[in-house]
Ligand binder design. Sequence first.
Ligand SMILES: [Zn+2]
Length: 485
Amino acid sequence: MPTFRLPGTARATAREGPFFNVSKRGDFNIPPRIRHYPAQVNYMDLCMPKVDVVIAPRWLIPVEPAGVVLEGHALVVSAGRILAICPAEQAKAEHPHAPWLGRPHHVLMPGLVNAHTHAAMNLLRGYADDLPLEQWLGERIWPAEQHWVNREFVRDGADLAILEMIRGGTTCFQDMYMFPDEVGAVAAERGLRAVVSMIVIEVPTAWANDVDEYLDKGLKVHDRFKDHALIKTAFGPHAPYTVSDDTVKRILTLADQTDTCIQMHVHETAQEIVDATKLHGERPLQRLEKLGALTSQLNAVHMTQLEPDEIALLAARGVHVIHCPESNMKLASGTCPVVDLLAAGVNVALGTDGAASNNDLDMFGEMRSAALLAKLSSGDASGVPAATALQMATLNGARALRLDGEIGSLMPGKSADMVCVSLAAPACQPVHNALSQIVYSATRDDVTDVWVAGKQLYGDDEFLTSNAQEVCDKANDWLQRMRQN
Ligand SMILES: [Zn+2]
């Protein structure tokens, strides 16, 4: 297999490196500032970037190129980025003194991108089950949120969600909830990458009273994180049925000015379409199209109700669809036509939705459900094959969040956001195909190591940036408080 290498590093190409040039003939042009070093200095050592770690798994699935499984390769990390992917012997020869992490029964792959969640709702896991969306939301979730949600609730709930996501191999999530500044702060503290949404809804909540206040507070959150390495922001108008035309237009303008994405629940249930058609005389997607909201900035979440012409429209506009199969199944919301969307060229990513409607943030489960549901609903066993499901859970999520230049696949130059998954368990034996095993057999419990930007967040059965006991104790404090009222 080819050797991948970060451009501009030693012995890379004939391109200019950070400290020296390599001519087309391959000889070095030592810059004047290091020419005076004594002859015994190894100029190569001076010029080679410092290597943080070399990881040598049994299998390496880069996701790009699609479907590739490398065996006997190693991945070199330098300054939190992927420096090279090359045969393990070559990595050993080139970096003999670098820390070496052997993972002999494991797959190394990109960290999973959970493109839609409501992290703080982890505190409402199991609070309201076995109900359709309208009843679940109107009679159970919204009243509970009105009573309980405050800054402390969001912090403790998000902390629990982040713990769960790290343990399950998720390295980036896009959130939509009140107090997004708190979600961003706790994600940053734990070292997890996140896109937090500046939520907007036309009803008062503990976060804001009206649209002006939602937008004002949201923009302050954007300013706070705009230069942060791990935390980004997006606009989060809740749904077409909870935001007015005027509010959508204001958000479109602000999203352009701040160069941010917009995530919105759209066409989640059949009832949403019936109600909208009665009220506006048109389907929500038609309304959003008239408002100019169907663009490549939009992450349309759910999309269980789609006509063929709407699929063509989404493809033409470059809208990203965030598919949440388990939430859709649990609330009996409907089925997103993923096979048709992919065939039309629409980027489809995966999200878990909140733990109150799933009831977990398990992206391994979501990958598997997405693949199986697509086959069942399309009547085509080849619909959403394993490689596609893995791409939806990684690179497609990164594309939707406009982070694919940074994460989503293992490529030299990208951030070292990645996970190791052990296939040693009996349930994963024998390994005919490591990629199939990841999607159809492995679970999140098989994740052994998690890194974000080269920093290890989980390893040796331990959380390295969270105190798991403390986080779970706080969640149980909330349970007691909620039971007493
Ligand atoms: Zn949602």
